[in-house]
Design a protein around this ligand. Structure first.
Ligand code: SER
Length: 373
């Protein structure tokens, strides 16, 4: 069995690894997009780097690595009901703006994931996938050859998937085939169907890494032309990697996250793992207070529109679940101290703004309580 690392250790390990490969470490960009009207909140590691990919802005170095704070609230109604969904996560990423390409990206991905000096996962639990081609775009034979010839993975362990899984794009702009890495968590996580394998929707094979080879420009009408500059956009979910490293079932069992749930338990008297109903509430509160703390720190305020409304919804949903657990007073503002304690190593501004964040949450809780009354 591989060694288990904490969330904060993995974040630092990833950034140090890519620094050792000449990448410039940049701090996470704000959750509030700058000069990008297409997004309410930053939702991936590459989103704040779009101008570097298109060449509009000169990057500080052609090799960059980050751990980016992200929010995705697309399926907010599912949060809590399953142990899988969360609205806040961090995405580890290494980026090449016209510098290295597929060969280095794949070799380093494999080294980081499997070397005992780094994450040290068992190679025989890992399965890469590559783009298998579509009507308009050829299969990525180059990536297949790198995995099988250079890295030495037997060809039958490299999966070929279509556009839905292995071609990354967001509307128009830089895009390209991608090569993901899946981790086999073992049959105990599986659906048990005889054809269950990499790509199955169940919890057994989970995607832990995405190497995007941004080599095309999409004009928005589905026409692809080769970019002058070939880029690398790698995204690896920090919490996913940590679940695998710590061998736990979900985000809510991770070292840094369970401390937040424990704090909520101490206040509400509900213990995690005792009933589905109270677990849903504990998960909603834990997830939403993480997101809210990080959003307020980055300058979002509760309001009735845009990202302010996203924040208001998160806080009100969390407050409602507090009521369901029998808490009839503002309490979320007390939990944010734990969120700050767990994350201040990577985000020191959380501690600097603690009093402010606490005040904003408390005011929103009080005004919500009045609305209900
Ligand atoms: N842009 C890709 C993703 O979000 C890789 O970083 O998965």
């Amino acid at each position: 069995m591989h060694k288990s690392y904490g969330v904060n250790e993995i974040r630092e390990m990833f950034l140090r690894f890519y620094e050792s490969k000449d990448h410039l470490r940049l701090p996470s960009f704000s959750l509030i997009p700058q000069n990008d009207a297409s997004l309410l909140l930053i939702n991936s590691g590459m989103a704040p780097m779009k101008p570097y990919f298109t060449g509009e802005v000169e990057p500080p170095r052609r090799r960059v690595c980050t751990c980016q704070k992200c929010i995705r609230t697309g399926d907010i109604e599912n949060i809590g009901k399953t142990a899988r969904h969360g609205t806040y996560f961090e995405m580890l990423g290494n980026f090449s703006f016209g510098d290295y390409f597929k060969k280095e990206a794949i070799a380093w991905c494999w080294e980081f994931l499997t070397s005992p000096d780094w994450l040290g996962l068992e190679p025989d639990r890992l399965y890469p996938s590559v783009f298998g081609g579509s009507d308009t775009t050829p299969a990525d034979d180059e990536a297949f050859a790198i995995w099988t010839r250079d890295v030495g993975i037997p060809p039958e362990r490299v999966f070929k998937f279509g556009k839905a899984d292995n071609f990354w794009e967001h509307g128009s702009g830089p895009c390209g085939p991608c090569s993901e890495v899946y981790y086999d968590r073992g049959p105990e996580y599986g659906c048990g169907k005889p054809d269950c394998t990499v790509g199955c929707e169940c919890d057994r094979y989970i995607e832990i890494w995405n190497n995007v080879f941004s080599q095309f420009d999409n004009d928005g009408q589905g026409h692809y032309t080769e970019l002058k500059q070939k880029n690398i956009d790698v995204g690896a979910g920090l919490e996913r990697l940590a679940c695998v490293s710590q061998n736990v079932a979900s985000l809510f069992d991770l070292d840094t996250v369970i401390n937040i749930t424990n704090r909520v338990s101490a206040i509400t008297g509900a213990t995690y793992g005792q009933s589905h109903r109270t677990d849903v509430s504990l998960r909603v509160i834990t997830d939403h207070i993480r997101s809210a703390t990080m959003m307020i720190c980055d300058g979002v305020l509760p309001s009735n529109e845009g990202r302010g409304y996203v924040l208001r919804r998160l806080l009100r949903r969390a407050a409602r679940h507090g009521k369901l657990l029998g808490v009839d007073r503002p309490f979320l503002y007390e939990v944010c101290a734990t969120v700050i304690g767990e994350n201040e190593g990577a985000y020191p501004d959380l501690r600097e703004k603690e009093a402010y964040i606490t005040r904003v949450i408390r005011m929103e809780e009080e005004s919500f309580a009045k609305t209900i009354d």
